[in-house]
Design a protein. Structure first.
Length: 337
């Protein structure tokens, strides 16, 4: 089987820090290669992969202010689709743009929908001939037909188990009202626990007004974006991950990474979270600050060993790779009929 993975190009694959789409695409590429699949990864040319690497951009456009992201993605898609006839299947991880040119793809096209940035992009999806995979049942659009839901996988080996943790809590993700960073601060304050915040600042005014005034380097620590090596350390040493989101989260990689480290999650049941968190095993789903504070007090009832084992079984990369192989085989077989 010859597979082309059309990856995103905002950052390198895998990303040095933030870049969830690049992270998942890179992990899938490595897993497919290990399974004996002939894989070409279309990504930035500084990407690191065991697959054959091809592309036109020397590095991610988010790292280069002189590069227009729209132009970069268009050049990237054009280059990849020009080679599409060499593959048995093309797997798109680059949102809507490749779908606008789906008629130029000379192999079956499947698109993983990593969340809809806006309802305005739906026409590109509906007009294309691509098959679609959702990353959670909750993130499915009623206007599209899907061939499967494939939950993201993570590199369990890169997230070592931490059997014991300190009293601190952690908030991990974009600093944005959607992620509820200010709510995590309130939960930690009322629970009497220190809080470590990690993530890129996506909304500067929100950070300045709702987050920064609480950062004191003691009770509330802000570390910014952290790379893969520090993620496991920070997540693993926390007693719980706070995830009081204020939007329908399509998936939530940091939630799964935390659980794999053995650190249970306290989250609001929005979007995919009821699919991801196993109540009382890998965390608690709560409604509001009061319930979240109570859950912090009860968090030690959850076995960190059991938390990791359940997360490993459900969200290890080999399961994701097997799920996608089944999708590929189904589509390739169907196209030959």
């Amino acid at each position: 089987m010859r597979v082309a993975l059309l990856g995103p190009v905002a950052w390198r694959t895998p990303p040095r820090a933030y870049g969830p789409w690049e992270q998942v695409t890179g992990l899938l590429a490595e897993g497919l290669v290990s399974a004996g699949v002939d894989v070409t990864l279309f990504a930035t040319l500084d990407s690191i992969t065991k697959a054959a690497l091809d592309g036109v951009l020397p590095h991610g456009y988010a790292d280069d202010p002189s590069t227009d992201g729209r132009v970069a993605e268009a050049m990237h898609v054009s280059h990849a689709l020009a080679r599409s006839g060499e593959f048995d299947i093309v797997h798109n991880h680059l949102d809507w743009l490749p779908l606008a040119f789906a008629d130029h793809c000379r192999a079956p096209l499947v698109t993983t929908v990593h969340g809809f940035s806006s309802p305005a992009i739906l026409p590109a999806y509906r007009a294309s001939g691509s098959a679609f995979v959702s990353i959670s049942d909750a993130d499915r659009s009623p206007h599209l037909d899907y061939v499967a839901t494939v939950h993201h996988g993570v590199d369990v080996g890169g997230l070592p188990f931490t059997p014991a943790a300190g009293p601190g809590l952690v908030s991990f993700g974009r600093i944005h009202p959607d992620k509820g960073t200010h709510t995590a601060i309130e939960i930690a304050r009322r629970a009497g626990r220190p809080l470590t915040i990690c993530g890129i600042v996506q909304d500067e005014s929100y950070f300045t007004e709702r987050v920064a005034p609480h950062i004191d380097g003691d009770r509330v620590v802000f570390l910014g974006a952290v790379g893969p090596e520090r993620r496991a350390e920070i997540l693993g040493r926390a007693e719980a991950l706070l995830h009081p989101i204020d939007f329908a989260e399509p998936f939530g990689l940091s939630v799964v990474e935390s659980m794999v480290c053995g650190t249970p999650v306290i989250a609001y049941p929005r979007g995919s979270l009821p699919e991801i968190v196993d109540e009382g095993v890998t965390g608690y789903l709560v409604r509001g600050v009061d319930q979240a504070v109570a859950a912090v007090g009860a968090i030690r009832r959850i076995s960190r060993t059991g938390c990791r084992e359940q997360a490993r079984k459900r969200f290890g990369a080999p399961r994701m790779v097997a799920d996608y192989l089944a999708v590929y085989e189904r589509l390739i077989s169907g196209s030959a009929d």
